[in-house]
Every structure is written in structure tokens, then in C-alpha cells.
Design a protein around this ligand. Structure first.
Ligand SMILES: [Zn+2]
Length: 293
């Protein structure tokens, strides 16, 4: 079953929801980066959040960068989405292993840490990118996203994210949702919605065997949800030899000179997909020559 992103409205437009199922792309990330379970869970949650937030950008060349630096053993957790919700990401320390919490769940909050910030960069593909940042509340990511939306963007929202790891460490279910409430939503709707969210519980309970549409139906039952859009999403990296060459060319003259003088093949690895790009000494010479112009 391919991963999907679904956007819907409910309660006559007072509630907006975007939900994703992301098992395939999270499993792809796990295999690519060889993450252990707690890192898979943190990265998977970040990828789902980035996909939902990124898909709200209308500009075709727009992208969203979702970054968490919580001071925990995982280091930076990074996810980038295009405007269609296709994502890529990595975690600085993929091999972190922590004991389970007392309730038997993966301890994502401790692995991420909460002594730091969540930063979201919206790049519309032109002009200065919009950067927002909040202090982390729990490091569990979903709660931090909801805090970000209310503090940084003044949007009342609820967020649920989850990754269920199987006994062989593969991803069994993954995904999440963000619900936005319009400012004029009455208190009764908010109460009913809070009750519905509590009744549904962890998103992986629905996504294990279900999909993003089931998640919307279960969360918004009683609010007459109407689906606006349903699209397939995937793990997608946009790196290329030309792009990496461009990054090399943007290095300072001193750095380039140092690479040139080493006279060796230069290998650059993409953080997001582990692709390796090789540049011969002759190619480096050419880059240095062009840079001097
Ligand atoms: Zn790449």
C-alpha cells in the first residue's frame, strides 16, 4: 500500500485536517540510514510532520525544513518536504539505543531531548525564507509541533504522530495528523474534538492495519468530514551530481585550493539518501578555475 496524504475539512469548514500514512517512506529511511528503533521513531515522526506542514505550501518550488535540536543523544533530527509532501531526512546519531520507558514505549522524548528548539523554515522558492522557532516542550515531537503552531503561527491545533516498530526492527505502521481550528470555532466543537482525539488514542493504533482516511474518519466522526484531496507521497531526495558540484563551487577559495592541492578524488555523500558523488582532481581543477572568474 503506497503512502498517502489526505486533506479534509469538517464541521462546515471550522476544522481542517491533514493526515498521512508513512510506513513505506519511514521504512525506506530506516534501511537507508540503518537507524535503531528509537532513532527510527524520532525520524519517522519528523518526516510525517514535515510532510503535512510542507504540503500546505502552494508554490510549486516551495519546500519546508523541519529541524529539531533537543540536546539529546540523537543530535539533530532533520526532515525536508517539498510542496507535495514528499520528504527526506536524517538523524545525526542513528545508532542510539535507549531502554524502553516504564510503559513499554520507545523513549523518543529522552532520545531527542527537550533542552533545545524546533525550527521550521518555509522556503517559497523566492525571496527570504520564513523562519519560525520554539523552545521544545517534550521532545516527543507531536506536542512540540502543536506548541509551534500556536506560538509561532497563532493557529489552534492538535497533532498526533506515531511510528510502530515491529519485532524485527522494521516499521510496522507510521503516520500522523495535524488538525487546525479556525479562530471562530465555538467551544463545544473544541470540547467534542478533544474528546474524539482522546478516544482515538495513539495514531499507530489506527494505522496498524488502517490508513490515513481511517484516521480522519475516526478522529472526525460526528463532524461530517469531507475529503478535499488524496495524494501518494514518498521518500524523495533531489540531490544530483550537478547540485553537489554547485555546493563545491560555492566553497571559499582557500577550501577549494586545499582540495585541489590534495590531488585526490573527492567524495561527497548526501546526508539524505547516502548517494556518493565523486569528483576527479581534473574536475576540481575546473571548479577552481571557474570560481576564480
Ligand atoms: Zn540525496
Amino acid at each position: 500500500m503506497p503512502d498517502e496524504l489526505i486533506r479534509a475539512v469538517a464541521a462546515d469548514g471550522l476544522i481542517r485536517i491533514t493526515a498521512v500514512s508513512t510506513r513505506e517512506l519511514t521504512e525506506k529511511a530506516r534501511r537507508m540510514h540503518k537507524t535503531l528503533p528509537v532513532a527510527t521513531a524520532a525520524l519517522g515522526r519528523a518526516l510525517a510532520a514535515a510532510s503535512i506542514l510542507g504540503s500546505s505550501i502552494k508554490e510549486e518550488k516551495g519546500s519546508l525544513t523541519f529541524q529539531i535540536n533537543g540536546g539529546g543523544p540523537l543530535g539533530t533530527v532533520m526532515a525536508v518536504s517539498d510542496n507535495a509532501g514528499n520528504v527526506r531526512g536524517y538523524v545525526a546519531e542513528p545508532y542510539v539505543d535507549l531502554p524502553l520507558r516504564s510503559d513499554g514505549k520507545l523513549d523518543v522524548g529522552t532520545a531527542v531531548g527537550k533542552e533545545g528548539r524546533m525550527t521550521i523554515v518555509r522556503d517559497l522558492g523566492f525571496g527570504e525564507p520564513y523562519v519560525g522557532s520554539v523552545r521544545l516542550v517534550s521532545g516527543e515531537i507531536a506536542e512540540d509541533v502543536a506548541t509551534y503552531l500556536s506560538e509561532s503561527e497563532q493557529i489552534r491545533s492538535a497533532c498526533g504522530l506515531g511510528v510502530l516498530i515491529d519485532t524485527d526492527q522494521s516499521v510496522r505502521a507510521a503516520g500522523g495528523y495535524i488538525i487546525d481550528l479556525l479562530p471562530d470555532a465555538p467551544d463545544e466543537i473544541i470540547d467534542d474534538l478533544e474528546n474524539a482525539i482522546a478516544a482515538v488514542g495513539p495514531v499507530t493504533g489506527v494505522l496498524d492495519g488502517g490508513n490515513a482516511e481511517d484516521l480522519i474518519k475516526m478522529l472526525l466522526t460526528g463532524f461530517a468530514p469531507r475529503i478535499l484531496e488524496n495524494r501518494v507521497i514518498e521518500y524523495r531526495c533531489n540531490c544530483s551530481w550537478e547540485r553537489v558540484r554547485g555546493v563545491l563551487a560555492s566553497l571559499s577559495n582557500d577550501d577549494l585550493k586545499e582540495i585541489e592541492e590534495s590531488g585526490e578524488f573527492t567524495e561527497i555523500r548526501c546526508h539524505f539518501c547516502d548517494a556518493v558523488y565523486r569528483f576527479s582532481p581534473d574536475e576540481i581543477k575546473l571548479i577552481v578555475k571557474e570560481a576564480k572568474k
